[in-house]
Design a protein around this ligand. Structure first.
Ligand code: COA
Length: 400
C-alpha cells in the first residue's frame, strides 16, 4: 500500500464527508457539509492511496482552561479511515504526522474526545477528564432546602434572545473550570443552527438563563395515556455559581409534566446529589472518559498551570515519537517553571499518564497503581498528588 500524507484542502471536502459518513454511519447532507466546513472549518490532514482519499484527521483550535491560566490546544476531530483500508497503519501514519506538525508549530498539548476508549492511548493521549450521564425521576426529587421562590432570577429565553446572552455566561463559567474549552463566534453560530435532523427526535432547544449561568434542554413528549411522562434532556450545562445552580435546578425540578430529566454530560463533582432530598435519585447511568490530553511540549504544558501547593521535582516523560525528556518542575499557587535538566529523575510518567494527571481529573496514586507513572518516594508522590489536584473536576463542556 503506497500511502501518501498531505494537508487537506477544500477540494477534499466531498471525499472527507463521504468517508466520515461511512465511518460514523450517518448520511451527512450537503447542508451538513456547508454548516461544518464553511461555518467552523477544521484544518485537515489526509491520507491517499493512488490518489484516492483513504483516511483523514483534522483539528480545531481551542483555548483550554488550566488551573491558573489557559493553554492553546488543537482539538483533534473528523478522524476516520476507509473500511476498505483498515488495520494497515493508516491511522497511525496520520496520528504521527499530525503530532509532528503540532510540535513544529510549537503546540504545548493536543486534546480529543474518542469514539472508542481503546484507540488513542497508544498515541500518547491519556483520559484526563470524565463525563457522567445522569437520570432523575423528577416526580421523586426536589431540592432539600429551598428558601427561594421558584423562578427567582431565572429567565426563559428564545433562541434569538439566548444567542447574544449565552457567550458571556459561558466565558465566565469556563474560566473557573479546568479543561473547559472556549467557543468562538462561529462556534456559537453553529450551535444555534439546531438543525432538526440532529435533534434525535426531540424538540428544538429550550433555554433557561440566570445572571451566572444557563442550561439548555430538549423535550420529548409522552402523554402516556393521560399520565404525562415527558422526557427532558439537558444539552448544555454552564453553571457559574452555586446560586445559579440551585435556581436553575429549582425551575427544572418544578416542570410538572416532566417525568425524567436526563443529562448527557454533567461534571462528576456536580453538587446536585447533595442538594436534593434523596441523594440516590441523581442516578449515574454512565461515567466515561471525556477529554484526552497528549502533551506535545511537556515542559510548556507543565509550566502553563499553577499548583495548589509548592512542588519541586525532576520528572521524566517518555515520548516514543518526539523523544524522552527529563524536566525540572518548580511550581506553586503563583505559577510554575519547567526546564530540561540532567539531574536524576524522581518520577517517571508515560506520556498518556501525564495527560491523565494534568487537569487533576485522576489521582496520581491511582495512576501509579496502574503503572502510568512511577515514583519510588511515597512522600514525594503524596506531595505531587496534592500539587496536581484541582478544586473542581475537569469538564470540557463542548463536543467537537
Ligand atoms: C479507528 C480507525 C480510525 C482506525 O483506523 P486504522 O487505519 O484501521 O488504524 P491503524 O491500522 O493505524 O491502527 C493503529 C493501531 O490502533 C489499533 N486500533 C485501530 N482501531 C482501533 C479500535 N477501534 N479499537 C482499538 N484499537 C484500534 C490497531 O489495532 C493498531 O494497533 P497497534 O498499534 O497495536 O498496531 C478506524 O477504524 C475508523 O475509521 N473507525 C470508525 C470511525 C472512528 O471511530 N473514528 C475515530 C473517531 S474519534
Amino acid at each position: 500500500m503506497d500511502l501518501e500524507l498531505r494537508p487537506g484542502t477544500p477540494q477534499d471536502y466531498d471525499e472527507i464527508l463521504r468517508l466520515d459518513s461511512l465511518a460514523f454511519g450517518e448520511h451527512f447532507t450537503q447542508q451538513d457539509a456547508a454548516d461544518a466546513f464553511d461555518g467552523i472549518p477544521p484544518t485537515f490532514t489526509v491520507a491517499t492511496v493512488a490518489g484516492q482519499l483513504v483516511g483523514v484527521t483534522g483539528h480545531y483550535d481551542f483555548t483550554m482552561t488550566v488551573p491558573g491560566g489557559a493553554l492553546p490546544v488543537p482539538g483533534v476531530t473528523w478522524v476516520s479511515v476507509s473500511p476498505l483500508h483498515r488495520r494497515r497503519g493508516v491511522l497511525r501514519a496520520l496520528m504521527d504526522r499530525q503530532v509532528r506538525d503540532f510540535a513544529a508549530a510549537g503546540v504545548p498539548a493536543a486534546i480529543l474526545t474518542a469514539s472508542e476508549g481503546g484507540i488513542y492511548g497508544r498515541f500518547g493521549y491519556g483520559p484526563a477528564s470524565s463525563t457522567r450521564r445522569t437520570v432523575i425521576d423528577r416526580r421523586l426529587t426536589k431540592l432539600a432546602q429551598s428558601g427561594q421562590k421558584a423562578g427567582g432570577e431565572v429567565r426563559v429565553l428564545t433562541a434569538e434572545q439566548a444567542r447574544p446572552v449565552l457567550p458571556e455566561l459561558h466565558r465566565r463559567w469556563r474560566e473557573q473550570v479546568p479543561g473547559a474549552l472556549n467557543r468562538n463566534e462561529s462556534w456559537w453560530d453553529h450551535l444555534f443552527l439546531d438543525r432538526e435532523q440532529h435533534r434525535g427526535g426531540l424538540s428544538a432547544k429550550f433555554y433557561l438563563a440566570h445572571p451566572e449561568g444557563y442550561l439548555s434542554y430538549r423535550v420529548k413528549d409522552n402523554w402516556n395515556d393521560g399520565i404525562p411522562a415527558l422526557l427532558c434532556r439537558i444539552t448544555d450545562y454552564v453553571i457559574g455559581s452555586d446560586e445559579a445552580h440551585a435556581a436553575l435546578w429549582q425551575v427544572l425540578l418544578g416542570m410538572d409534566l416532566f417525568q425524567t430529566i436526563e443529562s448527557e454530560q454533567i461534571p462528576v463533582d456536580d453538587p446536585l446529589p447533595f442538594l436534593v432530598d434523596d441523594f440516590r435519585q441523581v442516578r449515574t447511568t454512565a461515567v466515561n472518559d471525556g477529554l484526552w490530553v497528549r502533551p506535545v511540549d511537556a515542559a510548556a504544558t507543565l509550566a502553563a498551570r499553577t499548583y495548589p501547593v509548592e512542588i519541586e521535582a525532576v520528572i521524566e516523560v517518555a515520548d516514543p515519537l518526539l523523544g524522552d525528556q527529563r524536566l525540572a518542575l518548580t511550581g506553586g499557587p503563583d505559577g510554575a517553571s519547567c526546564q530540561p535538566t540532567d539531574r536524576p529523575a524522581q518520577v517517571s510518567f508515560g506520556l498518556a499518564g501525564l495527560g491523565s494527571a494534568y487537569l487533576g481529573g485522576h489521582r496520581l496514586h491511582t495512576l501509579a497503581r496502574a503503572g502510568a507513572l512511577r515514583c519510588d518516594d511515597p512522600r514525594l508522590l503524596t506531595r505531587l498528588a496534592l500539587a496536581f489536584s484541582t478544586d473542581r473536576a475537569p469538564f470540557h463542556g463542548t463536543s467537537f
